[in-house]
Design a protein around this ligand. Structure first.
Ligand SMILES: [Zn+2]
Length: 93
């Protein structure tokens, strides 16, 4: 009987960013408005909307069916802060 080795699929190395990669920020807990500042230092305050129908380019960045929010004004993307999920366990496999 031979041992079967399970090949470990390496995570897609996302070292090379696409040239027109949008800005992706981590959304703070309960954050509802964009806190991105423009060149004059004015806070955008755009409403962050859940974005379901994102293009493949974004999908490559954050994965399929990921939770992503987009500012309605400056189009900055926000991903939920996964490090602060209200869960009691820290390791998830
Ligand atoms: Zn904004």
């Amino acid at each position: 009987m031979s041992e079967t080795t399970t090949p470990v699929a390496p995570e897609a190395a996302a070292a090379a960013e696409p040239p027109a990669a949008p800005k992706v920020k981590i959304k703070k807990l309960r954050q509802r408005a964009c806190d991105e500042k423009d060149d004059k230092g004015k806070v955008c305050c755009g409403h962050l909307k859940r974005w379901y129908d994102y293009p493949p380019m974004i999908e490559a960045l954050i994965g399929k069916k990921a939770e992503i929010y987009r500012c309605e004004f400056c189009r900055t993307l926000y991903t939920p802060d996964l490090s602060e999920l209200p869960r009691s366990f820290t390791l998830r496999y």
